[in-house]
Each structure stands twice: as C-alpha cells, then as structure tokens.
Design a protein around this ligand. Structure first.
Ligand code: HH2
Length: 403
C-alpha cells in the first residue's frame, strides 16, 4: 500500500435491513414507510451506496423464500425510485429477486452465497449491474477449518472472480468481499482483518462488512476500530450500520494520512501487529557503514562493496538511568568496533552468515546484552533489476537460538 491509497476515504455502504430478525437492526425498518425514511436519512448522512437486505444471514436463521424477499423489497424499492441520488444494492442470492430488484432501480447485487451461478451472472450481465462476490464457505452456521485463512480466502475470491468473468461479467463490475463472520471463527476473522491487503487481489475493489459483528464484540467502538483497520489495509468500501460514526472515523483517518506521509508501517503483506515489545529496553545502532567482500559473485569478492548494519541490543538499562555511569550500560562505541571487526574479519558467501558472526561477537563481548538483532543491508547487490536495498535480519538471544 502506498500513501496515496491511505489518504483515500473508502466508500460507505449503508445497511438497511427490511427484516424482522436481523441481528442488529431487525424489525426497526421492516415497515416500508420506516425503511423509506431510513434510506433518505442514510443518504443525507453521507452514504455512498444503500444496501437493502430482506433476509437475515445470522446463524440459525430460517431461510426466506424468493417470494417473501420480494414481498418485503418491492414496496421499498418502488417508493425509493427516483428519490435517491445514490446507487442501491440489494442483498440477495436469488437470481429472480435480483432480476426484479434491478428492474425496480437497484444497480448492484450483493450476493452473499459464496458461489457464482450461470443464472445470477446472466441477470447481472443483462442489466450491466455491479455484483458483490462474497466469500462464504458453508454459511453462517459453519466455522470453517482453515490452514491459512488469508491465503485460502484470497484464492477463493480470485476463483469466484475468474468464474464470473468467464460468464461475461466485466472485472470493473465486480466487488470482492472476504465475508467476515461467514463460516469463520473469531480468530479467522481477526486474521483476515489484520491482513486485508493480502486478501485483496490486485485490480479488484474490496468490500468489507464488520459492522456490529461478533468479531467486534458487537460494540460501536469495536466496529469503528475494525473499520479503521480495514481502511488502513486498503478496503475500498465499508458496509456499515452507523453512517454518522463510520463516516467521521473514515474521514478522520483520511485527514491524518493527508497531513503527512503516513508512517504507520502498514503494507500489503505485513501484518501490522509489529514485533516491537514496548517493555523491552534497548540500544539501537543504525546505519553502520562498512566495506566488505561478502557475496557469491566473484566480482563481489574481488572488489568488495558497501554494507550497512543495524544493531538492536536488548539490555537492562535501568541501573544506568539511575547512576549515569558508563560502566552500568553497554558501551555502544565498543559494540560498533566489535561488530565492524567481526563483519569484516573474512569474506563470506552469505550475508546471513556475516550477520551471525556479528551477533555472536556482540553476545560474547558484552555480557549485559540479553539479545541482539542484526540487520545487514546490501544496497548494491549485483542483480540485473534495480532494487533499493536487500536486507536480512536475525535475532539471537543467549544460547544462540532465535527468540
Ligand atoms: N454481512 C451481512 C449481510 N450482508 N454482505 C456483504 N457483502 N458483506 C457482509 O459482510 C455482509 C453482507 C450480515 O450483516 P447484517 O446485514 O447486519 O445482518 P443480517 O444478516 O442479520 O441481516
């Protein structure tokens, strides 16, 4: 993810459930007049899309027939015709309901079935509609067994998109959705939320629905936290109950990220729950410049090249904080000398090995260091394509095993 993307506010899809039993707003907007008024309110509050659903998907719910779905939807869609400036999506997996909804003015089908059918593709194609393809392996009553939920959901979304496109639906008409809460444990949902950037196939828009779901603890605070997380990880659309709060939070995140280059360490392939341990005291030495002859290429061993080393030393610094005596801490000038001598002592093929030699020298030479992280950067690595840097990083504690 780049900063450009971070500054973007996601589109907000406001939820309107014309159901008696939805888990959060069931019954509130079941009457067509109440649904109509709520739709206008959600638009006025800044919704970009209105998502109308006539069937609850919460676990244990009795399925509603297509006839009943249409009986609930028709009066609302008819009343909203020409009254709403934003697109309407209809939450249905029945092609016959989708057909009628699109005829009545909806322009997106939000299909939570988790499958692509010829019949639904034909309806979507003939109306030039948008189509949400949501991951749903087994439905809300099922908690899937995943070895790697992030990779598996990503692969499944790619497969759904491929099937839809093979049936003639254009890529730009598709929205992909990881299906938070559908056939997943809470752990799975948390993992997906922390790795949305990896769930999203390039070139597709990602819709994320977390609002008031179990993963958030059902609270508004949990919902907003998860939505902010989704925004930072590259969600293009958020499906939400509370437009006002979601809009404010999303707007504020966009404002922060516009104010300065964002430095929040979120990237498409890095889980942002970063390695830092705040209770650990450490000395950090970065950018130690050294010339050495490491490498597998004969030219590297003949001419040598520049390397940069970073060292993070974990040590108890509390005595030095009290005493102000050099003897109570780790002398970083000595560490730099030791690390430089170890790194340049002999040519090695791999920077992995060179980092290990440095780590062992620091641990041997400085008993107060409990653990050390060594990063070796090789910015001029002799490869054909241009890269700005190649880095390896190792972490060693006493005993030499990775901690
Ligand atoms: N979640 C629900 C319903 N539809 N559609 C998409 N694309 N993504 C979602 O995550 C999603 C969805 C469930 O939430 P809700 O509509 O609030 O509840 P209910 O199914 O009980 O009506």
């Amino acid at each position: 993810m780049n900063n450009e993307q971070l500054t973007m506010k996601p589109r907000l899809m406001a939820i309107l459930n014309v159901t008696p039993d939805s888990f959060s707003d069931g019954g509130l907007y079941f009457a067509p007049e109440a649904a109509f008024a709520r739709a206008l309110e959600l638009e006025a509050q800044g919704a970009d899309i209105l998502d109308v659903g006539a069937q609850s998907t919460r676990p244990g719910c009795e399925p509603v027939s297509p006839e009943e779905e249409l009986r609930r939807l028709r009066p609302v869609l008819e009343a909203l015709r020409g009254k709403l400036g934003i697109p309407i999506s209809v939450d249905t997996f029945y092609p016959e309901v989708a057909e009628e909804a699109l005829r009545l003015g909806a322009s997106i089908i939000n299909d939570v079935s988790g499958i692509v059918t010829e019949a639904m593709a034909a309806v979507v194609r003939s109306h030039g509609a948008g189509w949400v393809l949501m991951h749903n392996q087994g439905g809300a009553d099922f908690e899937g067994q995943y070895d790697d939920v992030v990779a598996e959901v990503r692969a499944a979304l790619e497969a759904l998109a491929r099937q839809a496109m093979a049936l003639g639906v254009a890529q730009e008409r598709l929205l992909l959705d990881p299906g938070i809460g559908f056939g997943k444990s809470r752990e799975d949902d948390l993992r997906l939320l922390a790795n949305l950037g990896r769930v999203k196939p390039p070139g597709f828009a990602l819709l994320v629905g977390v609002s008031r779901k179990r993963v958030t603890g059902g609270s508004e605070a949990g919902t907003l936290a998860a939505q902010v997380m989704a925004q930072l990880c590259g969600a293009d659309l958020l499906r939400t109950h509370d437009m006002v709060q979601a809009g404010r939070a999303a707007g504020f995140v966009a404002q922060i990220s516009r104010a300065a280059p964002c430095n929040c360490a979120l990237t498409n392939d890095v889980n942002p729950c970063i390695i830092e341990r705040p209770d650990m005291e450490r000395i950090s030495i970065t950018g130690l410049e050294l010339h050495a002859f490491h490498g597998v290429n004969p030219r590297e061993r003949e001419h040598g090249q520049a390397f940069l080393l970073d060292l993070l030393l974990e040590a108890d610094l509390s005595r030095a904080c009290e005493s102000d005596a050099l003897g109570d801490t780790v002398n970083y000038a000595q560490v730099v000398k030791t690390a430089a001598a170890a790194f340049t002592s002999r040519p090695l093929y791999l920077i992995e090995r060179a980092a290990e030699v440095v780590a062992q020298a620091v641990l041997e030479g400085f008993p107060a260091v409990a653990a050390v992280t060594v990063r070796v950067h090789k910015p001029d690595a002799p490869i054909k394509l241009t890269v700005s840097d190649i880095t390896i990083e190792i972490h060693r504690g006493r005993g030499g095993t990775p901690q």
